[in-house]
Design a protein. Structure first.
Length: 127
């Protein structure tokens, strides 16, 4: 989405699309020049936690308490993929630790249940 609406591209033009760090979108035209397609619309919100999650990792601003503003501190990098905020190795080791703790707790509860069963059998018996 551009500042003045959706960006329009010629489907017959197979030249790569270029995006500058400031959000200017351009594409080489068929005659050898460059066509400026517009500027990307980058928006920030005062309370991003109130955005509603939709499909595909997209958000929509339906809450009236949200106030849109220009995201002046944002930078655009063409050809980069956003890095994840987690490490698969750390998350896997955390999962293994949690699983071991669960198994340990499960064994303790089984032992306690067996001990209580033995106590009930021994005290409740008529010998």
């Amino acid at each position: 989405m551009g500042d003045s609406g959706p960006l329009q591209f010629d489907p017959k033009n197979t030249s790569p699309i270029n995006v500058s760090a400031t959000g200017e979108v351009s594409q080489a035209n068929l005659s050898g020049g460059t066509d400026q397609k517009g500027n990307l619309q980058i928006t920030g919100f005062n309370k991003p936690q109130l955005l509603t999650l939709t499909t595909g990792g997209n958000f929509i601003a339906t809450n009236p308490a949200l106030v849109p503003s220009a995201a002046a501190d944002s930078k655009i990098r063409q050809g980069y993929v956003e890095a994840a905020n987690t490490s698969p190795t750390l998350e896997m080791s955390g999962l293994i630790t949690a699983m071991r703790m669960f198994e340990t707790n499960q064994k303790v509860m089984t032992m306690q249940s067996e001990r209580m069963s033995r106590v009930i059998t021994d005290l409740g018996g008529t010998s």
